[in-house]
Design a protein. Structure first.
Length: 145
């Protein structure tokens, strides 16, 4: 049940954060582009991907069905790509722009909260031990594109 709540929060918050950035209603001053042009950012794309996967995963959990290996692979990929967002922000962007500017408005959710929730969910609740080793290639392909 905890995993269902986490995944619903990830799905809804990723959409809400992106809509805030897209509409220019938040105080996300670090993103130079609003509107559809915000989709050029890895942060936005990785969190939307994570949100979509989380919505599908929560739907499977609510229905009581066992998630298929392809869905577990996507869940693992989603957690990995948003963790890249978190690590790049924490290690490279915060020292340059400051924590206040990188963790405000929608960016607070996209750079900090949602990546940590996705990783916590994958580490604590998602049965990824059953996945084959090739499934680790999915995050690499997403990040490389």
């Amino acid at each position: 049940m905890v995993s269902v709540v986490i995944n619903i929060v990830i799905a809804l918050a990723s959409m809400a954060a992106w809509l805030s950035i897209m509409l220019g209603t938040g105080d996300d001053l670090q993103l130079a582009r609003h509107g559809w042009r915000s989709l050029k950012y890895y942060t936005v794309l990785s969190n939307l991907f994570s949100g979509i996967v989380s919505a599908v995963y929560a739907t499977h959990l609510i229905a009581g069905s066992t998630p298929a290996p392809w869905l577990l692979t996507l869940k693992l990929a989603a957690a990995a790509v948003v963790m890249v967002t978190f690590l790049v922000t924490a290690a490279l962007l915060v020292p340059v722009y400051g924590a206040k500017s990188m963790y405000q408005g929608g960016n607070f959710w996209l750079h900090l909260v949602l990546p940590l929730l996705a990783v916590a969910d994958i580490m604590l609740f998602v049965p990824v031990k059953t996945l084959p080793i090739w499934s680790t290639l999915a995050p690499v392909v997403f990040t490389a594109l």
